[in-house]
Design a protein. Structure first.
Length: 365
C-alpha cells in the first residue's frame, strides 16, 4: 500500500476491555491516534483471579462504549477506517466472542474488512509499536497464560523453540499472591513485596534448569512456595522474603533458558540479534534486568514494549491488523471466522509436537 492505513483494534481476551485506533505509514512507522483500556480488576479482586463468566459479562456491558469513545478521541469516523481487527483467540472464549462480534458488526455496517487476530501475534508484534524492530528476532512471550520462545522470521512466520510444560510464569505469580492473600493482580503484588525482601532466605527449586532444551516448568516452584506458607505462616517480612525468593527463581529460570535460546537462534545467522520480551510478566523489572544481562552477554539487543503495552491492549491488535492489511494477508472470509479458545502461533509444531497435550479443543501450544 502507498497510502497510510487506519485500523481499529479491539481486545477482550481476558480481563481488559480495550480499543485503539492506529495509523500505519507506508514505511512501517505507526502512530496511535487513540487507545482506551478498561480493567476489570475490581470485579475479579474478591475472587483472587479472573472469573470467566464475570469477565464475559463485563466485556458485553462496556465494549461498545469503549469502542465509541476511542473512535471519537481518534478524530475519525467509522467510514474513515481501512479495516477493523479484533482478537479472535486464544483466550477466555466468552470475552473473545464479545470483542470479535463487536468488530464484525462494525465491519459489516461500514463495509470494511474484518481481520481476526491471534492474541499471541499481537504480543509478538507489540515492540514494533515503539521500535522499528525488524525481522527476524527471538521472542520470549511471558504472561499469565503463556510462556514460550518463538523465532519470529516475519509476519505469520513463527517457530516455537520452547514452552512451559505446565503453568505459565504469570500464572505462578498469581497463585503465590492468592496463597499469601496479598492482592490481585498477583504479578505486581509479588513484585512490590519482593522489593523489600531477601531473595536468599528460601531455597526454592529451579525446575528443568539442569535439563537440556528450552522447555520450562513452574508448577513445582508454585507448589514449593505453597508448602513454605503452610509450614511457616510467614509474617509480613517473611512474605516479602518469600516473594523475593520466588521472583528470583523465576528470573533465574527465564534467564538460563533465554541464554540457551539465544545460542540456538544465533546458530547459522549473521547480523544483529534482537531479543524481544513481551507479555504481562515483561513488566517485571527484576526479570527485565536478568534478561538484559543475558542479552548483553550474547551480544544481543533487548527490546521490550513500553510498560503499558506489555499487558493486554488493543494497540497491538490494531498493529497486527495494519501489518496484515499492508502485506495483503487479509482473508475475505474474515466475517465467518469462528472464535478459537486455543490458537497456537506455530500451529504446525503444535499439531506434530504439542508441549502438553492437545485436549478436546485443539493443540494448546
Amino acid at each position: 500500500m502507498t497510502d497510510p492505513t487506519c485500523v481499529l483494534g479491539i481486545e477482550t481476551s481476558c480481563d481488559e476491555t480495550a480499543a485503539a485506533v492506529l495509523r500505519r505509514a507506508p514505511d512501517g512507522t505507526v502512530s496511535i491516534l487513540a487507545e482506551t483500556v478498561r480493567s476489570q480488576i475490581d470485579e475479579h479482586a474478591p475472587y483472587g483471579g479472573v472469573v470467566p463468566e464475570i469477565a464475559a459479562r463485563a466485556h458485553a456491558d462496556i465494549a461498545d462504549t469503549i469502542v465509541a469513545k476511542t473512535l471519537e478521541e481518534s478524530g475519525l469516523e467509522l467510514t474513515d477506517l481501512d479495516a477493523i481487527a479484533a482478537t479472535s483467540g486464544p483466550g477466555l472464549i466468552g470475552g473473545v466472542m464479545v470483542g470479535m462480534m463487536t468488530g464484525k458488526a462494525m465491519a459489516l455496517a461500514a463495509d470494511k474488512p474484518f481481520i481476526p487476530i491471534n492474541h499471541l501475534e499481537g504480543h509478538a508484534l507489540s515492540p514494533r509499536l515503539a521500535d522499528p524492530c525488524p525481522f527476524p528476532y527471538l521472542l520470549l512471550l511471558v504472561s499469565g497464560g503463556h510462556c514460550q520462545f518463538i523465532s519470529v522470521s516475519g509476519l505469520g512466520d513463527y517457530q516455537r523453540l520452547g514452552s512451559t510444560i505446565d503453568d505459565a510464569a504469570g500464572e505462578a505469580f498469581d497463585k503465590l499472591a492468592k496463597t499469601l492473600g496479598i492482592g490481585f493482580p498477583g504479578g505486581p503484588a509479588v513484585e512490590r513485596l519482593a522489593s523489600t525482601g531477601d531473595a536468599k532466605r528460601f531455597a526454592l527449586p529451579r525446575p528443568l534448569l539442569n535439563r537440556p532444551g528450552l522447555d520450562m516448568s513452574f508448577a513445582g516452584l508454585k507448589t514449593a512456595a505453597a508448602r513454605v506458607v503452610e509450614a511457616e505462616t510467614p509474617d509480613v517480612q517473611g512474605q516479602a522474603d518469600l516473594c523475593a525468593s520466588f521472583q528470583a527463581a523465576i528470573a533465574d529460570c527465564l534467564a538460563e533458558k533465554t541464554r540457551r535460546a539465544l545460542i540456538k537462534f544465533q546458530d547459522g545467522r549473521s547480523g544483529d540479534t534482537r531479543l524481544v520480551v513481551a507479555g504481562g510478566v515483561a513488566a517485571n523489572q527484576a526479570i527485565r534486568s536478568a534478561l538484559n544481562g543475558v542479552a548483553e552477554a550474547a551480544g544481543a539487543s533487548l527490546i521490550a514494549p513500553p510498560l503499558r503495552h506489555c499487558t493486554d491492549n488493543a494497540a497491538m491488535i490494531a498493529l497486527a491488523g495494519a501489518e496484515r492489511l499492508a502485506a495483503g494477508s487479509v482473508d475475505e472470509a474474515g466475517l465467518t471466522f469462528a472464535a478459537r479458545p486455543r490458537w497456537p502461533l506455530d500451529e504446525a509444531r503444535a499439531q506434530t509436537d504439542p508441549t502438553y497435550g492437545g485436549g478436546k479443543r485443539g493443540a494448546k501450544a
